[in-house]
Ligand binder design. Structure first.
Ligand code: FE2
Length: 202
C-alpha cells in the first residue's frame, strides 16, 4: 500500500505532501542520531511549516530503519482507552517523543497541541477529523468541521501548532502511533466543546 505524508494547516486544511525519495541511506538510522538531526533543524529553521517539511522524512527513515521502535509501547489503560510511552524526555529539551496506543472505538477530545507535531501510524486505522475556529464574535471558541482523513500504517501526518483535530480508532485493532512534538505553548493548548462553543486549557 502506498504511504502518504500530510500537513494540517492552522485552518484545518489537510494537504498531501510529496514523499521525498531521499533519506534512504544504507545502515542504521538510530534514535539518538534522529534526535540530533531534529535539534539541528530546529536550530537552523525557525518556520514551523519548513521544519515539518524537513522532519517528516526523518521520521519515516527512523521508523523504517530502527524497527524496534514499532514494538515499543504500553498496553492501554482499559478505563481511559489509551496509553503513552515516553521514548525520550529530557528536562529543558523541548521535544516530546512517544508512542501512543488507543483502543478500538475510542474517540479523543477535539484539541490542538500548541506545538508543531508529527504523528506516524504504525498499526491500526485512525480517522482524523479537522476543525477550525469560526469568526463568530459572540462565541470566539466556536469551531466548525473542515474535513477528515483516514490514516493507515505507513502514513505520516504533521500539524501546525494551532491545527485543531480529533482522532477516532477505526476497525477492531488498536492504533499505535509514533508521536513527535515541539515545545508546547501551554497557554494556547485547548480542548474544544463543539456544542457549548467553549474551549478549556488542558
Ligand atoms: Fe492530537
Amino acid at each position: 500500500m502506498k504511504s502518504s505524508d500530510w500537513l494540517v494547516t492552522e485552518n484545518g486544511d489537510c494537504l498531501a505532501c510529496n514523499l521525498q525519495e531521499s533519506e534512504t541511506s544504507t545502515g542504521y538510522y538510530r534514535l539518538y542520531r534522529f534526535l540530533t538531526d531534529v535539534e539541528d533543524i530546529l536550530e537552523s529553521t525557525k518556520d514551523d511549516r519548513q521544519r515539518l517539511e524537513k522532519i517528516r522524512p526523518l521520521v519515516r527513515r527512523l521508523l523504517t530503519s530502527s524497527y524496534w521502535l514499532q514494538g515499543e509501547y504500553r498496553e492501554p489503560n482499559p478505563d481511559t482507552g489509551w496509553s503513552v510511552l515516553m521514548l525520550y524526555d529530557e528536562p529543558e529539551f523541548s521535544l516530546t517523543v512517544q508512542t501512543v496506543v488507543w483502543l478500538p472505538g475510542r474517540v479523543s477530545p477535539i484539541h490542538n497541541h500548541a506545538a508543531w507535531g508529527v504523528v506516524a501510524l504504525i498499526s491500526g486505522e485512525e480517522k482524523n477529523t479537522f476543525w477550525r475556529r469560526t469568526t463568530d464574535s459572540e462565541f470566539p471558541d466556536r469551531i466548525e468541521k473542515v474535513g477528515e482523513q483516514i490514516l493507515v500504517p505507513g502514513d505520516i501526518i504533521s500539524f501546525m501548532p494551532n491545527a485543531i483535530h480529533h482522532v477516532e480508532v477505526m476497525g477492531t485493532e488498536p492504533t499505535i502511533t509514533f508521536n513527535l512534538y515541539g515545545k508546547t505553548d501551554y497557554q494556547q493548548r485547548f480542548e474544544f466543546d463543539p456544542i457549548t462553543h467553549t474551549a478549556k486549557n488542558f
